[in-house]
Design a protein around this ligand. Structure first.
Ligand code: FEO
Length: 406
């Protein structure tokens, strides 16, 4: 059922309460998600984005109750990823002549996904579409936020920015608007989304926000393609994005490990105690990568000024959950974060060197010597681990003080 956003702008999307994994199994969605599609009914009728393919028939069936499909004048595809374009094939089978507005990269991507030659109209930043009643849609290309084809569009008169993935959250709620939902849940999911999807493109986020602010469009409502619509002080999420895109961290250190016989775990726990002893106010958190959700850990890494990563040596390498997590971390291009490593080994001392190399390649600065343990840690080694936690805090402080005075 459609929901009114403002005047003649309606939400006609799908709430996916069941979704627990997104992008295959790359992103956990503990609170489900939504695929937001918007219908504008001015003199011209416009549909902005569709929904994930499994919901195609349900979406079309719902949409038919709200509008005669033959009355749709324009379809806008802000982004070709299948969670937003998935219902286009079914829709365009019914209205094949209706123009589909998207970026030139959008055309490439949509053709690649669906192998159809719909009535594509390529648009670029500044192009306009007259909707009648004195209103128009203005297109704003947003390449790499987060795909090369991504774009936003802006509805004049009602001052609505349709931002697609940007400012979105994997967060399902019938309440629809940001002033009606739990702020804690909303911001947790918005931050997780930024950390896990948009962080590699942080520099482009800042640039795009500056560009939009420079256009001097008043923004009364931001309608993302996932989650909650920002109608109460919508610029609050824009300001948050500016912060998150600027080498964001909180007063947090995160320790992450995997363990075989609890040796590396014992070192991790001693390091945590050492950190806490040296700085009782720093929020130090400990995660076993094998038993915690990888995207939640990534969110904690995003919030951290430093991380310590530990694995025992196994098969002349590191354990698989740590290796997988580090592959994610590498792709997300975190900047200005400090790190150190730790781990047990038996016959060959491999893990800490390997961890250091991966962390360096991923843009982390190694600021302390690794804590290594041949076989199982004894009291002396655990005491050394505790001290290394304390020392890590001191080294981190030196580094951050130096940066702040530079
Ligand atoms: Fe929500 Fe990039 O798709």
């Amino acid at each position: 059922m459609k929901k009114q956003i403002v005047n003649q702008v309606y939400w006609v999307g799908i709430n996916d309460w069941e979704l627990r994994q997104f992008h295959g199994y790359e992103y956990s969605t503990h609170k489900g998600s939504t695929y937001n599609s918007y219908l504008i009914k001015e003199e011209k009728t416009v549909l902005i984005d569709t929904v994930f393919r499994p919901f195609s028939s349900k979406f079309i069936s719902n949409l038919k109750k709200e509008v005669e499909l033959s009355e749709i004048d324009y379809v806008i595809a802000n982004h070709a990823e299948p969670d937003h374009s998935g219902a286009l094939p079914e829709l365009m089978n019914i209205i094949p002549e209706v123009p589909v507005y998207c970026t030139p990269n959008g055309i490439k991507s949509l053709k690649g996904h669906y192998h159809k030659d719909w009535n594509f109209i390529p648009v670029k930043t500044g192009d306009e579409l007259d909707l009648g009643n004195g209103k128009k849609l203005i297109f704003i290309q947003a390449p790499m936020l987060h795909w090369p084809d991504s774009m936003f569009c802006y509805l004049t008169g009602d001052n609505v920015l349709f931002s697609n993935d940007a400012f979105g959250q994997h967060f399902c709620s019938e309440l629809l608007f940001n002033d009606l939902v739990s702020q804690e849940e909303l911001y947790f999911e918005a931050l997780k989304y930024f950390a896990n999807i948009l962080n590699p493109f942080s520099h482009l986020v800042t640039k795009k926000i500056n560009e939009i602010v420079g256009l001097n469009f008043p923004v009364d409502i931001i309608c993302p393609a996932h989650g909650i619509v920002w109608r109460d002080n919508p610029m609050q999420i824009v300001k948050k994005y500016v912060q998150w895109a600027s080498n964001y961290h909180e007063n947090q250190i995160t320790v992450i490990y995997e363990t075989m016989y609890n040796g590396t775990r014992s070192i991790a726990e001693s390091i945590v105690k050492g950190i806490n002893a040296a700085d009782p106010l720093v929020d130090v958190k400990l995660y076993n990568a094998a038993t915690n959700d990888k995207n939640d850990i990534i969110t904690e890494v995003f919030k951290s000024k430093a991380v310590l990563i530990g694995s025992p040596t196994v098969n002349n390498g590191i354990m698989s959950s740590i290796a997988g997590l580090l592959e994610l971390i590498k792709g997300l291009k975190f900047k200005h974060k400090k790190a150190a490593t730790f781990g047990c080994f038996g016959w060959h001392d491999v893990s800490t060197n390997l961890l250091e190399n991966i962390l360096k390649e991923s843009g982390f600065e190694i600021i302390a010597a690794p804590v290594k343990c041949n076989w199982e840690p004894d009291d002396e080694l655990l005491s050394k681990s505790f001290d290394s936690g304390k020392e890590f805090v001191a080294l981190l402080k030196q580094k951050l003080d130096k940066k702040n005075t530079a």
